[in-house]
Design a protein. Structure first.
Length: 336
Protein backbone atom coordinates (compact mmCIF):
# COMPACT_ATOMS: atom_id res chain seq x y z
CA UNK A 1 0.00 0.00 0.00
CA UNK A 2 1.52 3.30 -1.01
CA UNK A 3 1.62 6.34 1.19
CA UNK A 4 0.46 8.34 -1.82
CA UNK A 5 -3.03 7.22 -0.84
CA UNK A 6 -2.69 7.94 2.88
CA UNK A 7 -4.33 10.68 4.86
CA UNK A 8 -1.50 13.18 5.15
CA UNK A 9 -2.62 16.77 5.14
CA UNK A 10 -1.11 18.41 2.07
CA UNK A 11 -2.70 21.81 2.61
CA UNK A 12 -0.86 22.58 5.84
CA UNK A 13 2.68 21.97 7.12
CA UNK A 14 3.55 18.41 7.94
CA UNK A 15 3.11 17.66 11.65
CA UNK A 16 6.09 15.69 12.92
CA UNK A 17 5.85 14.06 16.32
CA UNK A 18 8.87 12.39 17.92
CA UNK A 19 7.94 9.77 20.47
CA UNK A 20 10.33 8.78 23.26
CA UNK A 21 9.32 5.90 25.56
CA UNK A 22 11.34 6.36 28.75
CA UNK A 23 11.91 4.51 31.99
CA UNK A 24 14.40 5.97 34.50
CA UNK A 25 16.36 7.92 31.86
CA UNK A 26 17.19 11.07 33.85
CA UNK A 27 20.85 10.91 32.75
CA UNK A 28 20.12 11.27 29.04
CA UNK A 29 16.54 12.42 28.42
CA UNK A 30 17.24 16.18 28.44
CA UNK A 31 20.10 15.91 25.95
CA UNK A 32 18.10 13.69 23.60
CA UNK A 33 15.18 16.14 23.55
CA UNK A 34 17.45 19.15 23.02
CA UNK A 35 19.21 17.39 20.13
CA UNK A 36 15.86 16.64 18.50
CA UNK A 37 14.76 20.26 18.79
CA UNK A 38 17.99 21.47 17.19
CA UNK A 39 18.50 18.91 14.43
CA UNK A 40 14.82 18.85 13.36
CA UNK A 41 14.01 22.54 13.77
CA UNK A 42 13.03 22.84 10.08
CA UNK A 43 10.11 20.49 10.81
CA UNK A 44 9.05 22.20 14.07
CA UNK A 45 8.78 18.82 15.82
CA UNK A 46 6.61 18.04 18.80
CA UNK A 47 8.41 15.79 21.27
CA UNK A 48 6.26 13.40 23.27
CA UNK A 49 7.77 11.45 26.17
CA UNK A 50 5.88 8.47 27.57
CA UNK A 51 7.17 8.07 31.11
CA UNK A 52 6.67 4.37 31.81
CA UNK A 53 6.45 4.56 35.59
CA UNK A 54 9.90 6.06 36.20
CA UNK A 55 11.04 6.43 39.80
CA UNK A 56 13.68 9.09 39.07
CA UNK A 57 13.44 12.62 37.62
CA UNK A 58 12.76 11.56 34.02
CA UNK A 59 9.33 13.18 33.87
CA UNK A 60 10.42 16.53 35.34
CA UNK A 61 13.56 16.82 33.20
CA UNK A 62 11.67 15.90 30.01
CA UNK A 63 9.08 18.60 30.66
CA UNK A 64 11.77 21.17 31.43
CA UNK A 65 13.49 20.32 28.12
CA UNK A 66 10.31 21.19 26.22
CA UNK A 67 8.62 17.83 25.73
CA UNK A 68 5.00 16.92 26.32
CA UNK A 69 5.00 14.20 28.98
CA UNK A 70 2.42 11.49 29.56
CA UNK A 71 3.02 9.08 32.43
CA UNK A 72 2.06 5.54 33.37
CA UNK A 73 1.48 5.01 37.07
CA UNK A 74 3.63 1.87 36.95
CA UNK A 75 6.17 0.22 34.67
CA UNK A 76 4.13 -1.57 31.99
CA UNK A 77 6.78 -2.31 29.39
CA UNK A 78 8.01 -0.60 26.27
CA UNK A 79 5.21 -2.17 24.18
CA UNK A 80 2.56 -0.49 26.32
CA UNK A 81 4.52 2.78 26.32
CA UNK A 82 4.65 2.76 22.51
CA UNK A 83 0.92 2.02 22.22
CA UNK A 84 0.14 4.91 24.55
CA UNK A 85 2.39 7.17 22.45
CA UNK A 86 0.80 5.99 19.21
CA UNK A 87 -2.68 6.84 20.47
CA UNK A 88 -1.50 10.23 21.72
CA UNK A 89 0.14 10.95 18.35
CA UNK A 90 -3.16 10.33 16.56
CA UNK A 91 -5.01 12.50 19.08
CA UNK A 92 -2.50 15.29 18.45
CA UNK A 93 -2.97 15.08 14.67
CA UNK A 94 0.53 13.90 13.79
CA UNK A 95 1.18 13.20 10.10
CA UNK A 96 4.49 11.43 10.70
CA UNK A 97 5.55 9.66 13.88
CA UNK A 98 9.20 8.97 14.72
CA UNK A 99 10.06 6.65 17.58
CA UNK A 100 13.52 6.97 19.14
CA UNK A 101 15.13 5.60 22.30
CA UNK A 102 15.65 7.78 25.36
CA UNK A 103 19.20 6.67 26.15
CA UNK A 104 20.97 8.46 23.31
CA UNK A 105 21.85 5.31 21.38
CA UNK A 106 20.56 6.84 18.15
CA UNK A 107 21.39 10.20 16.65
CA UNK A 108 18.42 12.59 16.18
CA UNK A 109 20.19 14.20 13.22
CA UNK A 110 19.24 11.08 11.23
CA UNK A 111 15.51 11.72 11.70
CA UNK A 112 15.25 13.60 8.36
CA UNK A 113 16.82 10.54 6.71
CA UNK A 114 14.25 8.28 8.38
CA UNK A 115 11.18 10.28 7.33
CA UNK A 116 12.34 11.02 3.76
CA UNK A 117 10.84 7.80 2.23
CA UNK A 118 7.50 8.63 3.89
CA UNK A 119 7.47 12.24 2.72
CA UNK A 120 8.40 11.08 -0.80
CA UNK A 121 5.51 8.58 -0.85
CA UNK A 122 7.88 5.59 -1.04
CA UNK A 123 7.08 3.90 2.28
CA UNK A 124 4.51 3.68 5.04
CA UNK A 125 6.89 2.39 7.69
CA UNK A 126 10.65 2.98 7.90
CA UNK A 127 12.82 1.06 10.33
CA UNK A 128 16.40 1.85 11.24
CA UNK A 129 18.89 -0.84 10.25
CA UNK A 130 21.82 -1.20 12.63
CA UNK A 131 23.37 -4.12 10.79
CA UNK A 132 23.83 -2.80 7.23
CA UNK A 133 25.73 0.20 5.91
CA UNK A 134 24.82 2.36 2.93
CA UNK A 135 26.45 -0.21 0.59
CA UNK A 136 24.33 -3.05 1.94
CA UNK A 137 27.27 -4.65 3.74
CA UNK A 138 26.54 -6.51 6.97
CA UNK A 139 28.18 -5.08 10.09
CA UNK A 140 28.12 -5.70 13.84
CA UNK A 141 27.85 -2.48 15.85
CA UNK A 142 30.76 -1.69 18.12
CA UNK A 143 30.32 -2.88 21.74
CA UNK A 144 27.24 -4.95 20.89
CA UNK A 145 27.59 -8.34 22.56
CA UNK A 146 28.04 -11.34 20.29
CA UNK A 147 25.04 -13.17 21.79
CA UNK A 148 22.76 -10.14 21.35
CA UNK A 149 23.93 -9.74 17.74
CA UNK A 150 23.35 -13.45 17.09
CA UNK A 151 19.90 -13.26 18.69
CA UNK A 152 18.92 -10.26 16.56
CA UNK A 153 19.99 -12.07 13.40
CA UNK A 154 17.96 -15.15 14.31
CA UNK A 155 14.92 -13.00 15.12
CA UNK A 156 15.23 -11.18 11.79
CA UNK A 157 15.45 -14.51 10.02
CA UNK A 158 12.30 -15.75 11.79
CA UNK A 159 10.30 -12.62 10.91
CA UNK A 160 11.52 -12.86 7.31
CA UNK A 161 10.22 -16.44 7.10
CA UNK A 162 6.86 -15.52 8.67
CA UNK A 163 6.29 -12.52 6.39
CA UNK A 164 7.86 -13.89 3.22
CA UNK A 165 10.07 -10.79 2.96
CA UNK A 166 13.74 -10.30 3.80
CA UNK A 167 14.64 -8.11 6.79
CA UNK A 168 18.00 -7.85 8.52
CA UNK A 169 16.97 -5.80 11.57
CA UNK A 170 13.49 -6.12 13.07
CA UNK A 171 14.30 -5.01 16.63
CA UNK A 172 15.63 -1.49 16.14
CA UNK A 173 13.92 1.14 18.30
CA UNK A 174 14.49 3.97 15.78
CA UNK A 175 11.51 4.07 13.39
CA UNK A 176 9.18 6.30 11.40
CA UNK A 177 5.48 5.83 10.62
CA UNK A 178 3.15 7.52 8.15
CA UNK A 179 -0.39 8.47 9.14
CA UNK A 180 -1.62 5.41 7.24
CA UNK A 181 0.67 3.13 9.24
CA UNK A 182 -0.42 4.73 12.51
CA UNK A 183 -4.07 4.14 11.66
CA UNK A 184 -3.49 0.58 10.48
CA UNK A 185 -1.24 -0.55 13.33
CA UNK A 186 -2.95 -2.77 15.88
CA UNK A 187 -0.60 -4.25 18.51
CA UNK A 188 -1.27 -6.54 21.46
CA UNK A 189 2.17 -7.10 23.01
CA UNK A 190 2.93 -5.15 26.20
CA UNK A 191 6.50 -6.36 26.68
CA UNK A 192 7.82 -5.24 23.30
CA UNK A 193 6.38 -4.12 19.98
CA UNK A 194 9.26 -4.08 17.50
CA UNK A 195 8.89 -7.48 15.82
CA UNK A 196 5.10 -7.49 16.04
CA UNK A 197 5.02 -4.22 14.08
CA UNK A 198 6.72 -5.92 11.12
CA UNK A 199 4.25 -8.81 11.23
CA UNK A 200 1.22 -6.55 11.53
CA UNK A 201 2.09 -4.02 8.82
CA UNK A 202 3.61 -6.54 6.40
CA UNK A 203 0.49 -8.72 6.58
CA UNK A 204 -1.66 -5.65 5.88
CA UNK A 205 0.29 -4.92 2.71
CA UNK A 206 1.93 -1.66 3.80
CA UNK A 207 5.26 -0.70 2.27
CA UNK A 208 8.23 -1.21 4.59
CA UNK A 209 11.72 0.18 4.09
CA UNK A 210 14.93 -0.02 6.10
CA UNK A 211 17.43 2.80 6.43
CA UNK A 212 20.99 2.28 7.73
CA UNK A 213 21.45 4.15 11.02
CA UNK A 214 24.30 4.70 13.45
CA UNK A 215 24.00 3.25 16.93
CA UNK A 216 26.07 3.52 20.08
CA UNK A 217 26.28 0.69 22.59
CA UNK A 218 27.52 1.58 26.04
CA UNK A 219 29.65 -1.21 27.56
CA UNK A 220 28.54 -0.44 31.13
CA UNK A 221 24.81 -0.17 30.36
CA UNK A 222 22.35 -3.04 30.71
CA UNK A 223 19.33 -3.16 28.43
CA UNK A 224 16.05 -2.29 30.14
CA UNK A 225 14.16 -4.57 27.75
CA UNK A 226 16.59 -7.49 27.43
CA UNK A 227 17.93 -7.72 31.00
CA UNK A 228 17.92 -11.51 30.73
CA UNK A 229 18.47 -12.83 27.21
CA UNK A 230 16.55 -16.07 27.81
CA UNK A 231 13.57 -14.28 29.36
CA UNK A 232 13.56 -11.66 26.60
CA UNK A 233 13.74 -14.32 23.88
CA UNK A 234 10.90 -16.32 25.47
CA UNK A 235 8.54 -13.35 25.77
CA UNK A 236 9.40 -12.00 22.32
CA UNK A 237 8.91 -15.35 20.58
CA UNK A 238 5.62 -15.75 22.47
CA UNK A 239 4.38 -12.44 21.03
CA UNK A 240 5.54 -13.41 17.53
CA UNK A 241 3.92 -16.85 17.62
CA UNK A 242 0.63 -15.41 18.90
CA UNK A 243 0.67 -12.83 16.12
CA UNK A 244 1.47 -15.49 13.51
CA UNK A 245 -1.28 -17.72 14.91
CA UNK A 246 -3.74 -14.87 14.40
CA UNK A 247 -2.61 -14.01 10.84
CA UNK A 248 -1.81 -17.50 9.48
CA UNK A 249 -3.85 -19.91 11.64
CA UNK A 250 -4.21 -22.68 9.06
CA UNK A 251 -0.46 -22.81 8.40
CA UNK A 252 0.25 -22.46 12.12
CA UNK A 253 -1.93 -25.39 13.21
CA UNK A 254 -1.01 -27.59 10.23
CA UNK A 255 2.66 -27.10 11.10
CA UNK A 256 1.90 -27.75 14.78
CA UNK A 257 0.11 -30.98 13.89
CA UNK A 258 2.70 -32.26 11.44
CA UNK A 259 5.15 -33.66 14.01
CA UNK A 260 2.57 -35.73 15.96
CA UNK A 261 1.14 -36.92 12.64
CA UNK A 262 4.54 -38.18 11.42
CA UNK A 263 5.34 -39.88 14.74
CA UNK A 264 1.81 -41.29 15.00
CA UNK A 265 1.90 -42.73 11.48
CA UNK A 266 5.32 -44.25 12.14
CA UNK A 267 3.97 -45.94 15.29
CA UNK A 268 0.87 -47.13 13.47
CA UNK A 269 2.83 -48.53 10.53
CA UNK A 270 5.21 -50.31 12.90
CA UNK A 271 2.40 -52.01 14.87
CA UNK A 272 0.57 -52.90 11.62
CA UNK A 273 3.68 -54.58 10.17
CA UNK A 274 4.19 -56.45 13.45
CA UNK A 275 0.57 -57.66 13.38
CA UNK A 276 0.88 -58.84 9.75
CA UNK A 277 4.04 -60.77 10.60
CA UNK A 278 2.99 -62.29 13.95
CA UNK A 279 -0.80 -62.02 14.09
CA UNK A 280 -0.75 -60.14 17.38
CA UNK A 281 -0.12 -56.65 18.72
CA UNK A 282 1.69 -58.00 21.78
CA UNK A 283 4.07 -56.77 23.19
CA UNK A 284 3.72 -53.44 21.35
CA UNK A 285 0.09 -52.51 22.09
CA UNK A 286 1.20 -49.30 23.81
CA UNK A 287 2.98 -48.18 20.63
CA UNK A 288 -0.24 -48.70 18.69
CA UNK A 289 -2.19 -46.68 21.25
CA UNK A 290 0.39 -43.90 21.09
CA UNK A 291 0.14 -43.91 17.30
CA UNK A 292 -3.66 -43.61 17.37
CA UNK A 293 -3.46 -40.81 19.96
CA UNK A 294 -0.89 -38.78 18.00
CA UNK A 295 -2.71 -39.14 14.68
CA UNK A 296 -5.95 -38.08 16.39
CA UNK A 297 -4.17 -35.11 17.96
CA UNK A 298 -2.85 -34.03 14.55
CA UNK A 299 -6.32 -34.27 13.00
CA UNK A 300 -7.79 -32.19 15.85
CA UNK A 301 -5.10 -29.53 15.39
CA UNK A 302 -5.78 -29.41 11.65
CA UNK A 303 -9.52 -29.03 12.28
CA UNK A 304 -8.78 -26.19 14.70
CA UNK A 305 -6.63 -24.60 11.97
CA UNK A 306 -9.47 -24.79 9.45
CA UNK A 307 -11.95 -23.27 11.91
CA UNK A 308 -9.49 -20.55 12.98
CA UNK A 309 -8.84 -19.72 9.34
CA UNK A 310 -12.55 -19.10 8.89
CA UNK A 311 -12.47 -16.61 11.77
CA UNK A 312 -9.58 -14.70 10.18
CA UNK A 313 -12.08 -13.07 7.83
CA UNK A 314 -14.06 -11.84 10.81
CA UNK A 315 -10.93 -10.41 12.41
CA UNK A 316 -9.88 -8.71 9.17
CA UNK A 317 -13.34 -7.19 8.83
CA UNK A 318 -13.16 -5.97 12.42
CA UNK A 319 -9.74 -4.42 11.84
CA UNK A 320 -11.04 -2.74 8.69
CA UNK A 321 -13.97 -1.31 10.65
CA UNK A 322 -11.54 -0.16 13.37
CA UNK A 323 -9.39 1.51 10.71
CA UNK A 324 -12.32 3.48 9.29
CA UNK A 325 -13.47 4.41 12.78
CA UNK A 326 -9.99 5.77 13.51
CA UNK A 327 -9.98 7.75 10.27
CA UNK A 328 -13.36 9.21 11.12
CA UNK A 329 -12.35 9.95 14.71
CA UNK A 330 -9.16 11.77 13.78
CA UNK A 331 -10.27 13.32 10.45
CA UNK A 332 -11.20 16.64 12.09
CA UNK A 333 -7.59 17.09 13.18
CA UNK A 334 -6.43 17.16 9.55
CA UNK A 335 -8.55 20.25 8.91
CA UNK A 336 -7.18 22.23 11.83
Amino acid sequence: MSTKNNSLNTESPMKLLVLIPAYNEEDSISQVIENIMVTCKDFSPTVLVIDDGSTDNTRMLAAEAGAIVKSHTDNRGVGSAFTTGLNEALEMGADVLVNIDADGQFSPDQIPLMIAPILNGEADFVSGNRFENELGEIRKPENMSAIKYWGNQRMSRLISILTGKKYTDVSCGFRAYSKEAMLRLNLTGKFTYTQETFLDLANKGLTIQSVPVDVKYFPDRKSRVAKRIGHYAYRTINIILRAYRDYRPLRFFVTLGSLPLIIGLACSIFILIHYIQYGTFTPYKVIGLIGVYLVSLAIILWIIGVLADMFVRLRLNQEQILYYQKREKYSHLEKE
